[in-house]
Design a protein around this ligand. Sequence first.
Ligand code: ADP
Ligand code: ZN
Ligand code: ZN
Length: 729
Amino acid sequence: MIAEIIVEVSSSEVDRVFDYKIPEIYRGKNLIGYRVFVPFGPRRIEGYIIGQKENTNVDKTKLKEFYSLIDKSPTILPEMIELASFMKKKFHLKMVDCLRLFIPSQMRGEKIKPIYLKNYTLNKEFDFSGHDFSKAKKQLEIIEFLKQNEKLENKDLKKFSSSAISTLEKMGAIKMFLSQKMRTPQDCFEVENIHHELSPVQKRAVEKISGDGIFLLHGVTGSGKTEVYMTLIEREISKGKTAIMLVPEISLTPQVLKNFKNRFGDTVAILHSGLSAGERFDEWTRLLTGQAKIAIGARSAIFAPLQNVGAIIIDEEHDGSYISETNPRFNTFEIAKFRAKKNGCFLVLGSATPAIETYYLAQKGEIELVEMPVRVNGKNMPKIEIVDMLGEIRYGNNTMFSRRLIDELENCFSQKKQAILFLNRRGFVSFMRCRDCGYVAKCSDCDVSLVYHKFENKLICHYCGKKFKALTACPECGSVHIREGAIGTEKVVEELQRLFPDVPVFRMDNDTTRTKDAHQKILSNFGKNKPAILVGTQMVAKGHDFPDVTLVGIIDADQGLYQSHYKSAERTFSLITQVAGRAGRSESEGKVILQTYSPRKYVYNFASNYNYKGFYEKEINLRKTTKFPPFSTIFRIMFSGDDEELVKENIKMCYNEIVNIRNQFTSDFIYLDAMKSPVSKIKQKYRYQILMRVSNENIEKITELVYNACDEKSAKVSCFVEINPQSLS
Ligand code: ADP
Ligand code: ZN
Ligand code: ZN
């Protein structure tokens, strides 16, 4: 008998199945999904059994036997082995990199072990009548406790004297036994299980979502999507099925987790980056063994080792975090689709602002649209007021706060309410803008804004790579007041403290939330103070429910708009909707002040009226005429390595191959070029990229050919392909 094994080496040369003889003791057993130790060259390494067969073509003298199985049971489900093959093909990945995603990383190299805990019970055989405990008060306490309770669990130990326990154990009155400690994250303190009576709109949504289709749940902020998800999960669990629920990492707040824990108790396993290695391992184990039936977590929870899945839910489906931007690069939606199909279950994509691509699929009828157009509490969405910051400058106000925003802040504080100020800042790239007329430099060929590269002092188009001189004067009005558009949260906080010395200001961004509980601490401190201001980035936009926030200020809405990306308007629309959703969630009416230098941009008009459909229509037409996704597919092929000449040589080879593909599919190619990457060097590795945009008619064939073209490269250069990448830097 032969085992087909993928070895634990991530290198393109060994990215194939190796045949090994199965040792005598394991014959006749189904070994698929087990991890094994194998001889590999002179080394002993780990591997995964992905298949079994009677015979092999491998030469008898070369065929080796594997050493032993690592685990007592299989760790990779048959469905996941198929998934790995699917991902390899779909995203041009190495098989081992996919398999690695399916198990907690610390299992490799046996870096993690189960933990055992001490518990005690009364020894039924012990003759209690022969002992007088009345003088030993501490021992008596323990005995009394164990008469009322079946066992003394590890967590209760500290209530009792440890010397009394050990004395009792020695005399034989109590017995110790071990239990495996599940490092289940317990930061979810008790809150009552709120089980809302579904509104008619929610009820209709729940009824519509069933069977094995894909559904887009388009519900405005506050429409009660979470309650719909929970009801769906409950329904499937009651049929004996399991469920996977994905939430963007940034929205995976303790509040959200608590809600799920309260509703589903120990049947929920949580998978997110805040867990310790041990916690992660144990949560994963509970899923694999069937102790837990619901996996909730960020992107990687889509790989939860669950069988018989009845529901897969992706909340905030438009969120960029569902696309992995590091190796292995994959799109969670494709994986969810694969698993839903395998399990014959439904997939729900939920959002208040669906990705244009997703809504397009719904319009075409490829996925089913379920709408929840009203808030559960019947409250109106807060009014969004657009403030023209150029008008402020003309008036002589050169600060980052408009007069309207200052007025509203004062108003808010005088009523002892809270405000959230939001700064839309992503990454470190920035654009150049004229402070006098609002002009922003754009590429002459692509209708996207240029990105300022400080190091080269050039403006560069991230789509076609074309370079332009950095601005010294505005080509529209001649002004020399050119600004690099980017103000930081720190600066905002500083200004606020100067303007409102008596109001506490809290700041939440990547810098202030590095430690494990920082996120929660900031939110909880903010919640306790009235009046108060919370200043932050994307993090403040998601999911928080503060009843006393009556004002939301968007400091510089344009920041996202001039990211050089075809999705920048879409992202801006989505963020405005999200942040606005933080205001006026209870009795008091909310207000949103949106500051912009381009008040007439269509995205602001639609966003301030909460007109998603209007925005969609405009945007989809634009994409159609400019031939951007979903009407085309963008590829970025990145080559990187220590030796710049070698990288260049390799990319040239690949580029020539792709030119051949273009010659074959001329009418499909909209764009093709090779260039230095905008971030030209990372960690001493030179980066060069090929950008291409093709229509979708022959996309599968073209993708395959492109992948093949990428395989012909030197081992010293690494290469990856991204499809419709989130970022081009
Ligand atoms: P969304 O995710 O759609 O923005 P949420 O799921 O956060 O909305 O729900 C908004 C609020 O409404 C939450 O506080 C939730 O507890 C509450 N809620 C949800 N469903 C109901 C209902 N049927 N009746 C009353 N309140 C509800
Ligand atoms: Zn100008
Ligand atoms: Zn361009």
